[in-house]
Ligand binder design. Structure first.
Ligand SMILES: Nc1ncnc2c1ncn2[C@@H]1O[C@H](COP(=O)(O)OP(=O)(O)O)[C@@H](O)[C@H]1O
Ligand SMILES: [Mg+2]
Length: 281
């Protein structure tokens, strides 16, 4: 098989820098780093042995600039490895291998074809991926969201609580009609306490407890984050009835998921998904 012959999935340690290694074994066709990425990570789109891969690294150890620091970024990447090894779902970017290097681990993911569903800064271009997604037939959008929610039900079963989830983690392949969720580095085994005040994340997706120091972050927080995805991808980001593209029943499900009061939300992603499925017909 081609993939087993690729050094990216057979080598487990390198002595040099990740970039030099990647150039040597294949072709780097994309680089993701600051200023576009504010994580401090440096990632690569690599073509090798006839396949495309997404290779994620913590970037340069000596780089004093980025926050979080290099060692913290390595901890987050190792967390992502733990998550990928504990939970599989077709909607999650598949982790194929990990290579150790002097600059920390290289996470070798399958390359997800498609475009990011993140709104651009101006957010008004008609041909932008989010705009094109919003113009798709309702059934296609519902099916993408259902796959996202089913993936989170799997994650929940493994104990994982969402962190830093937003439309910048959603890649949509308009040809295959397939959604891929990437960047799960900040997902955590929960519940846990908010020790930051404002957690990582995009305001449009964050639950009230993600702003409150000492608050519990748990699966009800994930339910809120996921409900927000429907508010963004099926509506204008608000919970108003009028701009919401689907019916009353689904609107009620989304409003319940995004209730500011935690006790009024679904108690789990599984319960949210069950009601979502009933209403999304
Ligand atoms: N598996 C993948 N396949 C293709 N592109 C990806 C994949 N994972 C991430 N990306 C792209 O790389 C960018 C940076 O990846 P991400 O995991 O979000 O890194 P960071 O931790 O730096 O935020 C994403 O915004 C997305 O465009
Ligand atoms: Mg990211």
């Amino acid at each position: 098989m081609l993939s087993s012959a690729c050094p990216l999935t057979t080598i487990d340690r390198i002595d040099g820098s990740p970039a030099a290694f990647l150039q040597q074994i294949g072709k780097i066709f994309a680089v993701f780093q600051a200023p576009a990425q504010d994580s401090g990570n440096v990632s690569y789109g690599v073509e090798a042995s006839g396949r495309r891969y997404f290779v994620k690294t913590a970037g340069c150890r000596a780089d004093p600039g980025p926050v979080p620091r290099h060692w913290e970024r390595v901890v987050l990447l190792r967390n992502a490895v733990r998550l990928a090894r504990s939970c599989r779902h077709p909607t999650l970017a598949e982790l194929l291998a990990v290579i150790e290097s002097p600059e920390g681990p290289l996470l070798i993911y399958r390359w997800a074809e498609g475009e990011l569903l993140r709104a651009s800064r101006t957010g008004t271009e008609l041909r932008s991926a989010p705009a094109r997604f919003r113009a798709l037939p309702l059934a296609e959008r519902l099916s993408a969201l259902t796959s996202l929610y089913a993936a989170h039900a799997e994650l929940e079963a493994g104990g994982w609580v969402a962190g830093d989830f937003y439309d910048g983690s959603l890649i949509y392949d308009f040809e295959r009609r397939a959604l891929t969720l990437v960047d799960l580095d900040h997902y955590r085994l929960g519940p846990y306490l908010n020790t930051r005040g404002r957690m990582y994340g995009s305001t449009r997706f964050m639950a009230p407890e993600e702003y409150r120091l000492g608050a519990v972050i748990d699966t009800r927080t994930t339910v809120f984050n996921l409900g927000s995805a429907a508010a963004v991808l099926l509506s204008d980001g608000s919970l108003d009835r009028e701009p919401f593209a689907a019916g009353d029943a689904l609107h009620r499900v989304v409003c319940r998921a995004c209730a500011p009061e935690r006790s009024q939300r679904f108690a789990s992603v599984a319960l949210f998904l069950a009601d979502w499925r009933l209403a999304a017909v």
